[in-house]
Design a protein around this ligand. Structure first.
Ligand code: G4P
Length: 289
């Protein structure tokens, strides 16, 4: 069974999510679209543009600490060429957040000038975060709160807003909607599903772990052979090698044996996926532009 078949979002769930996002959008000035810097295209949802229409948007390439900086810079340039502002962020440490705040002000400079003309200078800029599961929405929100002075983070219900949305004050002049919009990942293309599974955006319980780790090793042996060799202290054979052979190689190198001398493939698979997701294989981008 392919990953595409293994993971399904129910149409009812999608419709509900979409309605919620559409409502929340009315409350904010700008949307932060969180993408995984290692797989910017696969972690985006093409329906987003349809949902947000003309609402200003900034692409946030999150988990940039785990991505290949050369590739991330190329993605930023690509978005810029398309007229979109993109900023790289590491939500674990907060790196990139000051640049993100600057980008938001720049993106909204006409609106801000308009507010000033109307005597509304100092009106806070209202922001919401959107992204697929596991892309780092909670992490960036928490980071923004810490940056805004966690202890002083103001959480309050706004008069006039009937729903129970709360606003966080995040640094000077910004308010953040407390609940991020959760977009569904797009699975029609098996390669996209696979990349989402590699990065952990898809739950492992429903996946064939050994097959997945094998495929990841195949991909890495093409894109970052030296990182693979360095991490597992092995020499990759010449030419293409099947995933299960690579996994066996890793298992053998790590001494992951079962009684009888065979390789504990499941343990090797879990190790490879964990180490990749934890950045132990170095800064790696699975989608190049
Ligand atoms: P979500 O709300 O969009 O579902 O994502 P969430 O913030 O829960 O983040 C999902 C995982 O990604 C978490 O790891 C989180 O720590 C990690 N993460 C988020 N942003 C970054 C980033 O910029 N860099 C790195 N390296 N990791 C990031 P976890 O293993 O599920 O949890 P934890 O043990 O790290 O807390």
């Amino acid at each position: 069974m392919s990953i595409v078949q293994q993971v399904q979002w129910f149409p009812g769930h999608m419709a509900k999510t979409r309605r919620k996002i559409t409502e929340d959008l009315k409350l904010v000035d700008i949307v932060l679209e969180l993408l995984d810097a290692r797989i910017p295209a696969s972690s985006s949802n093409p329906v987003l543009r349809e949902i947000i229409r003309n609402k200003p948007r900034i692409v946030v390439l999150n988990k940039s600490d785990l991505a290949d900086p050369k590739q991330t810079a190329r993605w930023v340039a690509k978005y810029k060429a398309e007229g979109l502002c993109a900023v790289q962020v590491d939500s674990k440490t907060g790196k990139g957040l000051p640049a993100l705040y600057r980008a938001i002000r720049e993106e909204l400079k006409e609106q801000i000038a308009g507010w000033e003309r109307k005597g509304m200078s100092g009106r806070p800029i209202r922001v919401m975060v959107l992204g697929i599961p596991n892309v780092g929405k909670s992490s960036i929100i928490n980071r923004m709160l810490i940056g805004g002075g966690a202890g002083r983070a103001e959480v309050r219900d706004k008069p006039g807003v009937t729903r129970q949305n709360r606003w966080f004050t995040i640094g000077k002049g910004f308010e953040l909607l407390d609940t991020p919009g959760v977009l569904w990942p797009k699975f029609e293309d098996p390669a996209v599903g696979e990349r989402l599974a590699f990065t952990g955006a898809v739950k492992d319980e429903i996946l064939d772990i050994e097959g997945l780790a094998g495929r990841l090793l195949e991909v890495l042996s093409c894109l970052y052979p030296q990182s693979l060799e360095a991490r597992y202290k092995l020499k990759l054979p010449e030419g293409p090698v099947a995933g299960h052979e690579l996994l066996e190689l890793v298992g053998r190198k790590r001494g992951m044996l079962v009684s009888g001398g065979g390789i504990d493939m499941e343990r090797a698979a879990v190790t490879v996926l964990d180490e990749f997701r934890g950045g132990k294989l170095g800064a790696v981008s699975l989608e190049w532009t």
